[in-house]
Design a protein around this ligand. Structure first.
Ligand code: 8YV
Length: 338
């Protein structure tokens, strides 16, 4: 007897509590290896399935979409960003795509704040020093001097949910808030933050001490921190990136730090296609760069809430409703199925 439960493919392992709940609600096939699947493996796994539960490590491009089994009607992304999915190809082929916004906003903003503090307050260096030396020479008035965060200016690129949550935290730490965004935020958002809106990104970059990237990766934002823009940054500025590596010209960033124009960078995301850039690692070894491996939203709470959001999206969709986190095209799309 075939089950009437929705059939789903999980391309990665999810927290145990989520996998267990999914197993009761759906006929769930999990990629037990937890390694990134190839397109062919995804297609094999999707045979007879209704839903692909994807993550950022799955490349759901136009070619894969064109080869999906007809049974697949929903791509339920476990994640906020959907730059790994060709949305236009998905919509054109009649697929519904959902994501998990909001539930990782606060954790991501916390990590941005931690990274913002880490560099000027020499946090990683200070902690490593004790481990390396296995002893501490004791306090001195001139040891491990960093720079004060209070009074500095922060330029936020992309004032959406996460950018705004970072601004709230940074405001409490005494930074002045500046932002560049596709749309100016209403005064109800700007005023409590004392936020200055810059309609021109270049002008803001020239004016602020720290730049933090919170825009999604799209065709318009790829390489938004180009070599030319990085050169515009104030001498001694810091760059933070907890969004996507493709936003930044990483080579130009390395050059800017090596040359002493920029004070440093804190990167939760970086180009890892051929391993980590050795020059970036060398800068991390000399404490001018802090590198973490895409862990800004990595709390158990966020991952569980992301899983719950995926479940709600699948359930509502399979029950014939519009899932709450459905991504919609700006323009109408001719749909080939569904
Ligand atoms: C997630 C993220 O961990 O949700 C996003 O867009 O960048 C992350 O922090 C990841 O995408 C999970 O798929």
């Amino acid at each position: 007897m075939t089950s009437s439960k929705p059939k789903i493919l999980l391309t990665r392992r999810l927290p145990q509590v989520i996998e267990a709940r999914m197993a009761t609600l759906f006929e769930t096939d999990v990629n037990e290896t937890d390694q990134t699947l190839t397109s062919d493996d995804i297609l094999i796994g999707l045979e007879g399935k209704d839903v692909l539960v994807s993550t950022i490590t799955d490349r759901v491009d136009a070619d894969l979409i064109s080869r999906l089994p007809q049974s697949v009607r929903l791509i339920a992304q476990f994640g906020n960003g959907v730059d790994n999915i060709d949305l236009e190809a998905a919509w054109a082929s009649g697929l519904t795509v959902t994501n998990t916004p909001s539930v990782l906003t606060e954790d991501t903003a916390d990590m941005a704040m931690a990274l913002m503090l880490a560099l000027p307050r020499r946090l990683v260096e200070g902690a490593n020093l004790l481990l390396h030396d296995r002893r501490w020479a004791g306090w001195s008035p001139t040891s491990m001097l960093g720079n004060r965060l209070r009074g500095k200016s922060l330029g936020i690129v992309g004032m959406g949910r996460i950018g705004t949550a970072v601004a709230q935290r940074a405001r409490a730490f005494g930074l002045s808030i500046h932002y560049f965004s596709r749309n100016r935020r209403p005064s109800g958002v700007e005023e409590p933050l004392g936020a200055t809106y810059w309609p021109e990104l270049d002008a803001m970059l020239e004016a602020v001490d720290i730049v933090s990237l919170h825009t999604p990766l799209t065709r318009d934002t790829a390489n938004i921190m180009s070599a030319e823009r990085l050169r515009r940054l104030k001498p001694g500025a810091y760059l933070l990136n907890v969004s996507r590596p493709e936003l930044v010209d990483e080579t130009a960033l390395v050059v800017g730090i090596e040359a002493g124009h920029l004070a440093g960078a804190a990167l939760d995301v970086f180009d890892n296609r051929n391993g980590i850039n050795p020059r970036l690692l060398a800068l991390a070894e000399t404490n001018r760069v802090v590198l973490t491996g895409h862990m800004a939203s990595a709390t158990l709470e966020a991952r569980v809430e992301m899983g719950e959001t995926v479940i709600v999206n699948i359930r509502t969709f399979m029950d014939g409703h519009q899932p709450p986190h459905r991504l919609l095209p700006d323009r109408p799309v001719a749909r080939a199925r569904g």
